[in-house]
Design a binder for this molecule. Structure first.
Ligand SMILES: Cc1cc2nc3c(=O)[nH]c(=O)nc-3n(C[C@H](O)[C@H](O)[C@H](O)COP(=O)(O)OP(=O)(O)OC[C@H]3O[C@@H](n4cnc5c(N)ncnc54)[C@H](O)[C@@H]3O)c2cc1C
Length: 458
């Protein structure tokens, strides 16, 4: 089978990427080794930056309809963070619902998601990639979205530097002998004591998520089955386990997100402890950064693809750093408890809250792009999301006299007359004399001389 792009892995990262590629008209096939979806959800949330990018493609509202709740808050190792300074909310929604939605959209677009196709071999040359997954597949590019234990990474012997886990924990979706409050909330481990941390969060329909990192989890083999006794030891009123999984705070990241015609995204590129609720979000954002660039590369842009590594590797490294710091704050130790108390006090200072909330929510992510104006590399503020539904860059005209044939946009407090907004909502150019619009259009994927309204694109 032949496709422009072969996406390996139908988790949230692979499905998001395939949606972006389909929008750009790139022939794509998604392969997954599982014969069917498990219906299980590791992640339970969309951070505000993920919500913003989904909105840019008209995908947010359908997902909000399936949300458990939304709250203007996040947490750092269980210490509450306030998102109200941004006027943004975190969305409580199980991972399985996000995956179902993204896969349904692919089905509507006629993109094949081939299940029961485990990749066992991969080769690449200057023209493309060939891989074996039951049958042989040829593509011009391959994107490894095959999770933390990525087969593609191993087959290509791509280094995955970092460290192994130092602590072990488990999550178990359980029913209880007695119902508890059903109000959706974030994990809170106010003061991990000598017994380790335990929290029970309501999901829906009488199911709760138990998060357990006690002393006994530290000595049990990572692959050992999770028993009712082990869970009841921490949460005595558990009636039944519906699903359970162990995890560690292992922290690793590939050195390059691109190896020739193979790119890495999501957990295949980075792993870290789930604390703070960022992993799925990071993967969605990798995919959103990569999709339009791959499309542009397939249309002949020879430089844009390397900006994927340049922009997303630092974003991943920042999450690895903050999750490592969170891991320390969860160590059951009196000295660390004192540190948590001090940090909790500091986070009452608005600027301190803003800084950490910006990290965890993804709202402070910006890229180091060519240009001197402070907006370049930052998300375009107050953007009418519909102008990017097509997935193409757009030129916005803020002045009274349109000068570049773009889309009229309210000025707000912006001090330039024209901006180029990339398909991912980031400002790629402003008319401050640093360089010409044509240079920027060429860099971000659009051939010169095309129409510059919504869809100034490929
Ligand atoms: C306990 C736990 C709780 C978490 N909670 C949160 C949270 O609250 N918020 C958050 O943002 N993140 C959370 N995460 C992280 C989040 O679940 C992951 O970051 C996310 O699933 C990564 O998505 P992905 O698509 O990159 O990889 P995956 O979801 O791992 O998907 C990879 C896919 O690749 C397929 N695959 C693997 N190997 C092959 C092969 N050889 N051939 C073909 N297919 C293959 C797999 O079957 C799978 O479908 C949590 C993680 C854990 C472990």
């Amino acid at each position: 089978m032949i496709a422009d792009v072969i996406v390996v892995g139908a988790g949230p990262t692979g499905l998001m990427l395939a949606n972006e590629l389909a929008l750009a008209g790139v022939s794509t096939v998604v392969l997954d080794r599982l014969p069917e979806r498990t219906g299980q959800s590791k992640a339970l949330n969309l951070q505000p930056r993920s919500a913003q990018i989904l909105d840019l493609r008209g995908m947010l509202n359908p997902l909000l309809e399936q949300a458990v709740d939304t709250i203007p808050a996040g947490h750092f190792a269980g210490i509450p963070l306030d998102y109200t300074p941004w006027n943004e909310r975190q969305i409580g929604i199980p991972q399985a619902r996000i995956e179902n939605y993204l896969e349904d959209r692919l089905t509507e677009r006629g993109v094949p998601v081939l299940r029961g196709h485990e990749v066992t071999d991969v080769e690449q040359d200057e023209q493309g990639v060939t891989l074996k997954a039951g049958q042989t597949f040829h593509g011009r590019y391959l994107v490894a979205c095959d999770g933390g234990r990525s087969t593609i990474r191993k087959l290509l012997e791509v280094p995955f530097p970092g460290r192994d886990g130092r602590m072990s924990a488990l999550v178990a979706d359980v029913t209880l002998t007695q119902e508890r409050s059903s109000e959706w909330r974030l994990p809170s481990f106010d003061r991990p004591g000598g017994g380790g941390m335990v929290d029970v969060l309501p999901l829906q329909n009488g199911v709760y998520r138990a998060l357990i990192a006690g002393p006994e989890q530290q000595t049990i083999d990572r692959d050992a089955p999770i028993t009712l006794d082990e869970v009841r030891h921490a949460v005595p009123d558990v009636r039944e386990i519906r699903w359970a999984s162990r995890f560690t705070d292992a922290s690793r990241q590939v050195e390059r997100y691109r190896y020739g015609r193979v790119l890495f995204a999501g957990d295949a590129a980075h792993i870290h402890t789930p604390t703070g609720g960022q992993g799925l979000n990071l993967g969605l954002q990798d995919a959103f950064n990569l999709g339009w660039k791959l499309a542009a590369a397939l249309h002949g842009n020879t430089t844009v693809l390397d900006t994927y590594h340049d922009e997303r590797h630092p974003a991943g490294a920042a999450v690895l750093a903050n999750t490592r710091a969170q891991g320390v704050l969860l160590i059951p130790d009196d000295d660390i408890a004192a540190l948590r108390d001090i940090l909790s006090d500091l986070l009452r200072i608005p600027e301190a809250n803003r800084h950490l909330a910006g990290l965890i929510s993804g709202l402070d992510i910006h890229y180091d792009l060519p240009g001197e104006h402070p907006l370049v590399g930052h998300r375009m503020p107050h953007l009418d999301s519909s102008v990017l539904h097509s997935g193409r860059p757009v030129v916005l005209e803020l002045g009274d006299v349109p000068r570049h044939g773009g889309v009229q946009h309210p000025r707000g407090d912006i001090d330039v007359d024209t901006l180029l907004v990339r398909p991912d909502g980031y400002v790629g150019w402003v008319d401050d004399g640093f360089e010409t619009l044509d240079t920027a259009l060429t860099r971000w994927g659009a051939p010169q001389g095309k129409a510059r309204g919504s869809g100034a694109g490929r």
